[in-house]
Design a protein around this ligand. Sequence first.
Ligand code: HEM
Length: 442
Amino acid sequence: VPGPTSWDMARAFRSVRADPLTFLGEVAERYGDTVSFPVPGAPALLINDPVDVKHVLQTSARSWGKDTVQYAALARVTGPGLLASAEPGWIEHRRLAAPAFHHQRLEAVGDEVRAAARTAIDARLGGPAPRRVVGGEVVDVAALTHAIGLDAVGRALFSTDLSDQAQDLLRATSDAADLVVRLGRSILPRAEWTPTRTNLRLRSARRRLDAGAAAIIAERRARDAGRGDDLLGLLLDSGMHDGEVRDELVTMVIAGHETVAAALAWTLMLLAEHPDAQDRVRAELDSRPGPVPLVGNRDRLPWTRAVVDEALRLYPPAWAISRRSHRDDVLGGRAVPAGTLAIISPWLVHRRPDLWPDPESFRPERFVDGTARTGYLPFGQGPRLCIGREFALGEMVVVLAELLREHRIDVPTGWDRPVAEAKVAVHPRGGMPLVVRRLGAR
Ligand code: HEM
């Protein structure tokens, strides 16, 4: 299988670390659909052909597990929660958590998500809309979307107001996420107990997350015995011990807010860069007054939903998905031995010009017909598909509605797109500074 040599990798070392997205794009362009990386031990393959991607994630999912460096690093923070856990324990956790994400339940928590959006918008952008357009100010919309993302998880999944601990949790999750990435990329991972700087900082982030989770669990136990059907209620009623509940809470906080927050920041950037698309969102929202629900928006608000789908194509927060084969297999007509590492990058697959003509252009029209697309996997594929998919898509539409009904977003003068930084999620380095103007009398 073609691919860079050890020498090439050594030379590219800095750029791999600084900007893995560009590096992956370059190797895929140079070596094709399957690229082999020179790592000691079993083969490591970057897989870009959607047929092979489907094979690994869906058709032969049972043969490809999550025992990879990426998930081992994540598990240092989340423990064996739903995202990082491997078979056989995973399926039970999935079944347990699933009702918290069913349509009926999501319909019931639409108000909570809307309240999360309203609280952050009102606090950061100031009160109800005045009657006319007023001068805009440059706002870091990524900070806004992070606040909304965390609050929405707290309200909808744990029925908890996280505002008291929001700053601590946001800082701890962001520290933990940075360190997970660092661990995942380190060449010589050290044992957890060695007092390296990374290990010590990770331990501190973990302690803060533990304290946050313990407070949420204690508050809920004190509040009600018959616990209700949100995620936290389901977990507590399941007989899990507190350590396991903690792992799921931390998993949902990390998986559920960083991703949505980053995706929303990129969506707002794309709408600021494309005022016509933004006007069309506003016109569509005006044609459907009243609160936007969390589910059913593909029919109700097809353009707004297409904007979200296209933003997730260009900026898929989960930029790399990894698996390891448990048995010998065949990929793209080639035999691969047990132990092979497969790296799948939605960022790359979403930029294949044969699947997505003019791939770098923002064209929500691609999704207006709503047809399922080959080579589109912002939420993964197969049995480990994101459990929060509907919740995330609904939340994104609800937040866009709450924000854009009353505000216009533009790029500041001298606009320079923030660099897409590949951390746990692809996020805008240094935030997303956009001009936000309040509109009136809509
Ligand atoms: C799994 C992306 C929002 C919780 C995944 C996977 C992807 C993904 C790609 C599959 C990983 C793999 O196969 O290795 C996203 C994106 C989101 C998002 C792009 C937002 C735009 C959420 C939300 C939650 C969540 C809101 C929860 C509140 C999870 C969990 C899993 C998962 C628990 C593991 C599911 C399992 O293995 O059974 N997500 N996610 N995600 N996501 Fe999301």
